[in-house]
Structures are given as C-alpha cells and as structure tokens.
Ligand binder design. Sequence first.
Ligand SMILES: [Zn+2]
Ligand SMILES: [Zn+2]
Length: 215
Amino acid sequence: MSRAQVISFAMPEFPDVRVIMPAGALGPVEDEPFLDHMLRRLAISTSKDPNQEWAEKYGTDFENETFMINTACYCDKNDCPWGIVCSCPQSAFHYFADGIEVTFDEWMAFFDREIGPEPKSGDRKAWKIYLRLGTEINKRRTERHDPVCDFCSTGGIAATKGGGAGQNAPNFWYKPTDFKVWWYKYIGRDMQKNRRIRRTTLERIFADCFVSLGK
Ligand SMILES: [Zn+2]
Ligand SMILES: [Zn+2]
C-alpha cells in the first residue's frame, strides 16, 4: 500500500499508540458523522478543561500554526471575529417596487395595497389565488443591501481568523488548505463547510492536526 493510501496518526489521549489504517477505512466518502466525531476529539484534546467547558459538545478555543478551533459566539461585538454582525447604516439598504426606489414603509405598503384583503378562512379556492398573487407581487418588489460596514465589505476583524466579507470566523479552520467549518451553538448542529470534502481528505486533515499538537 502506498503512503498516500495510509492514514497514520497519534492519539493524544494514548501517547504510546499510533493508529495506522487504510485511508477511507472508517467509512464512506463525504461523511458528516466522521467530521463531527473528529472535531469533538480535537476539542477534547486541545481544551484546558474539557469537562468544565464541555468541549465535546461546544468545542474549545485553541489555535496553532496548523489549525484553529473556536466555540461559537453570539456577542454581536465588532471586535470579536466570531460574533461580529452587520452594522451598515440605514442608507445601505435599498427597496424597490416596480423598479422604483421607495422607503421601507412604502415597500411594505406596496404589498398590502396590491394584494388587497384576505379571503374568508376556509375558502380554499380564494386562498390559492390570494397566495399566488402574493408570489407575483413579491416578484415586483426587490431589495438591495450594499456592503458598507467593515463586516459586510471585508469581514473586518472576522477576516483575521478565517472569515470574510459578511462571514464570521469559522469554528474550525485547517490553515494549510483553508478548509473551514461553522456550526451553530454546538458541534454538529447546522454545520456548514466552505467546500465539499472527501472522507480521505478529512482523515489527512485531522491526522495533521493531531500531529501538530506534538503528541
Ligand atoms: Zn464574541
Ligand atoms: Zn453591514
């Protein structure tokens, strides 16, 4: 078996053990459970107090030259790469009805005026027409959000930790190939990746992460 087909990594929890297995031995190609599992392992291995912060569930905050792992944050502060949110002024938001720019209130009123009163409840035929009309009216009103604030235009502080324009810093960042994962509140929930990735590639990524811990 060639070197490229073999995965070999140490397990920080068991310093005397070195795991060697065929690449892909653990399962299918695109594999969320595997990603999920390895993120938890990595969090436990890098946490200063895995029980206290429940690293297996929420992750932990750790970074070296190879990777970064970070708990989710919803602080809304513009000095936090994970919690920064849009702070565009009102003038960055534009609303259009039939191609003409209007105020937000006019934009809302346009819909109400065009659609008219609701049908009687239970009148299924009338409701069907009403809902179809609503879809048509919505095609006639559009909105545009110009990227004005730091977060929307460049990512601001988020860009310093792997984020980008309008995108918070990820919760996992493998730096050599710029592979990123975001999760919502805890590992595994609504996870987003910046690209599709093969199981064998994930195995190499995590093997490299554990090696980078020098254990
Ligand atoms: Zn924060
Ligand atoms: Zn913004």
